[in-house]
Design a protein. Structure first.
Length: 177
């Protein structure tokens, strides 16, 4: 039986599987997010003299991994994981395929200190602006919830809420809420 190449499913380009593995979050980030603005926004925060730091995109993507991977608990652990040969997909994602060139945890902390809350808010705002232009990504309906506590009614409420002095002889009904 002869198969045609035309029957092949084109789920994602093979380059994604070769570089990012089968991690859908990383593939979606690369597919939908344009983080090239980070060079212009964060680049001027670094001194032009001395050793050139890693790309702001690499540092930001390292932060992305740090905050989205529950198994990573510190910058030091993240850098150790990135140097591990089995994590080629993560290194390809941050744009540093060579394990020896993975930025140190101290330079990642330095990046976080240089950027500060104001610039991180600008980065967040840019990502929100990009997501608004993605069809179907953000639902533009408004939902509001007040702050009234909602009690779970599991096996009924066990205590009475009343002003009686002696609860054991009280004849008030039990409250459901």
């Amino acid at each position: 039986m002869r198969f045609s190449i035309d029957l092949q499913l084109d789920l994602l380009p093979y380059a994604y599987y070769n570089t990012l593995g089968f991690d859908p979050e990383l593939v979606d980030y690369v597919d939908h997010i344009d983080d090239s603005f980070l060079d212009l926004l964060v680049g001027p925060l670094y001194d032009k003299r001395g050793r050139r730091p890693a790309s702001p995109i690499a540092y930001f993507r390292m932060h992305y991994l740090y905050f989205t991977r529950p198994e990573i608990t510190s910058f030091r652990q993240l850098c150790k994981q990135l140097r591990d040969p089995k994590n080629q997909a993560w290194r390809s994602f941050i744009g540093v395929p060579n394990p020896a060139k993975v930025p140190s945890h101290q330079s990642l902390s330095d990046f976080r200190n240089k950027v500060g809350p104001d610039v991180f808010e600008q980065i967040r705002d840019e990502f929100i602006r990009q997501s608004i232009h993605m069809e179907g990504f953000i639902q533009d309906t408004l939902a509001a919830i007040d702050s009234r506590p909602i009690y779970a009614n599991v096996n009924g409420y066990k205590k009475k809420r009343c002003d009686c002095e002696v609860k054991s002889v009280c004849t008030c009904e039990k409250n459901v809420f």
